[in-house]
Design a protein around this ligand. Structure first.
Ligand SMILES: Nc1ncnc2c1ncn2[C@@H]1O[C@H](COP(=O)(O)OP(=O)(O)OP(=O)(O)O)[C@@H](O)[C@H]1O
Length: 534
């Protein structure tokens, strides 16, 4: 029999079920000392529920170690370089790595936690992984050019291969591509067969580079190329993985091409959310002395649930550079196009804009008068004495702006909660990676200074203490709470002491987490130095 539980069987029972006794909730223990079940010789037994001891613990932690991560800074920098080769990542992603534990346990007490509480929510993790998988997608035997300017690894994003020149006057294609300048992924929109006749036209994109709004797909550049075998104009934009157009989302393929109502009725709050986001985009665009020029369902991207972005800005400024319309007129037209977009989505029919009175009547039946009036205002012609403006419109929908702002703040809070859980994971992953780098390296097997016999011996014993515990009967103890607690204490380098017993039970060492942390850092630094040796 080996392992600390052999001499302290009381602790073993308390470690089971991912929870501990009332005085030592798992998540509190991650930052404090005083785990009575460990063979602890800690000078300050800690009670997390006593305010004075909490204050004292915080103060003493501050004194000893203002920031437990600072000591790690160089090592972390090293780890950073280790992870840089992620572009070569080919391993299939594990969507169900943290599969739900089934029905949530309702018999848990307030201080108890399940494994689920320590990790990212499944839905969000899966969504992010799908997006990263889409971003890393490659097309091995593609007939597309290998390089367009400094972009490579082109993957088409169009959902059909039908040429459609109705919107821009040129067939347009969208590709995902990687920039060899910065390694980032961009979306390239190509207008096939475009010939540049006026240099000034393409320079108009410069003003769009300065437009920064969360509801506009950011434009980075535009250039002409012959790499596709024709003369093409290419716009470089932010890439939003797995996004759909509003047309795809609300009309589907059938509705979009057959021009008849399709899909379910869109809830009014969703429409208001679209209205608020497009208004915000237009506010920024118009204040920059520009106009969107194209606001229609196939050119608005849905990048997340109810999150939309205008996706064709700057294009008409180049291809219709000589428009006879003044900027004021173009901005007025933006408002009319905006009204038509909301009308078509509210009626679930892209063809609704061809019979506006009927469509408005339909909206009046399904939605509030406020929404109907808002659409009518956008569609109505401007008064020759005072032109309509986006500021006026924003004033009219102030109540919805506040509601959307509140919704966004709630969402922000929710994401922070998720982020908080992930915080634990990333530092614990780094720590586990370090431990695995250090322990049982074959090249140091005979090295007196290394793990088996040297001063790093206790790191190997610690690994056993964390992962290879057995109970009084010699059965494996599989306890996530124990692992997370030990690793979090190691990361913080707390003063608490633990006894480590060798497998043959011939050696027993009493060390503090602080000493262990120093040992891990020193061993890892040695490894880093050795890895840089030429
Ligand atoms: N910036 C982008 N990031 C990610 N995906 C994009 C981006 N721009 C467009 N896409 C995707 O590319 C596809 C094609 O976009 P496009 O604007 O050509 O729409 P479309 O419905 O094919 O319109 P059209 O009929 O005019 O070609 C869409 O599925 C869209 O989601």
């Amino acid at each position: 029999m080996w392992g600390p539980y052999a001499s302290a069987p009381r602790g073993m029972a308390a470690f089971n079920n991912f929870s501990r006794n009332e005085n030592n909730p798992v998540w509190m223990l991650t930052w404090t000392q005083g785990d009575a079940n460990n063979v602890a010789t800690s000078p300050n037994p800690y009670d997390p529920f006593t305010p004075t001891s909490l204050a004292a613990a915080v103060a003493s932690n501050h004194q000893n170690q203002l920031n437990p991560y600072v000591q790690d800074a160089t090592a972390m920098a090293g780890m950073g370089s280790y992870y840089q080769g992620q572009g070569n990542f080919t391993q299939p992603l594990q969507y169900h790595l943290y599969a739900p534990l089934g029905p949530h346990r309702e018999n848990l007490l307030a201080y108890q936690r399940t494994a689920h509480d320590f990790f990212f929510s499944d839905a969000l993790r899966e969504e992010l992984q799908r997006k990263s998988e889409a971003s890393l997608q490659v097309l091995p035997n593609s007939s597309l050019p290998a390089h367009i300017d400094h972009f490579h690894s082109l993957v088409p994003l169009d959902t059909t291969n039908q040429k459609n020149a109705t919107i821009f006057g040129y067939p347009s294609w969208v590709y995902k591509a990687v920039s060899s300048k910065d390694g980032h992924i961009y979306a390239l929109r190509r207008l096939e067969g475009y010939r540049l006749t006026n240099e000034k036209a393409i320079r108009s994109v410069q003003s769009w580079k300065r437009v920064s709004n969360s509801s506009v797909v950011t434009i980075h550049d535009a250039f002409t190329t012959r790499a596709f075998g024709d003369s093409s104009l290419v716009f470089v934009m932010d890439y939003h993985p797995l996004s759909k157009t509003l047309a795809d989302n609300h009309f589907g393929t059938a509705g979009r091409f057959q021009g008849r109502p399709s899909g379910p009725h869109v809830p009014e709050p969703v429409l208001w959310s679209y209205i608020v986001q497009i208004s915000s985009a237009l506010k920024t665009i118009h204040s920059s002395g520009l106009s969107a020029r194209l606001i229609e369902p196939t050119k608005v991207l849905l990048t997340n649930k109810n999150r939309i972005r205008l996706n064709s800005c700057a294009i008409f400024d180049v291809v219709q550079h000589d428009s006879p319309l003044s900027m004021v007129e173009l901005q007025q037209d933006d408002l009319v196009q905006f009204g038509r977009l909301i009308l078509s989505i509210a009626t679930n029919n892209p063809a609704a804009i061809h019979n506006i009175p009927k469509a408005i009547e339909h909206v009046g039946r399904l939605y509030t008068t406020e929404l109907k009036d808002c659409i009518l205002w956008l569609l109505s012609p401007s008064n020759p004495q005072s032109a309509k403006g986006i500021d006026q419109f924003l004033g009219g929908i102030a109540g919805h702006l506040a509601a959307n702002f509140d919704y966004t703040l709630h969402y922000d809070d929710q994401l922070h909660t998720e982020l908080n859980r992930e915080l634990e994971n990333s530092r614990i992953l780094r720590l586990m990676t370090k431990l695995n780098f250090i322990n049982e390296r074959p090249e140091f097997a005979q090295n007196e200074q290394w793990s088996e016999t040297g001063e790093r011996y206790f790191l190997k014993l610690f690994r056993d203490y964390v992962f290879h515990q057995v109970d009084a009967q010699g059965n494996p103890v599989i306890d996530l709470a124990h692992v997370l607690t030990c690793l979090a204490k190691l990361d913080a380098g707390v003063d608490e002491k633990i006894s480590l017993v060798s497998r043959d039970e011939q050696n027993c060492l009493v060390v503090s987490y602080k000493e262990l942390k120093r040992g891990v850092d020193a061993a890892f630094q040695d490894l880093l130095k050795a890895s840089r040796r030429t």
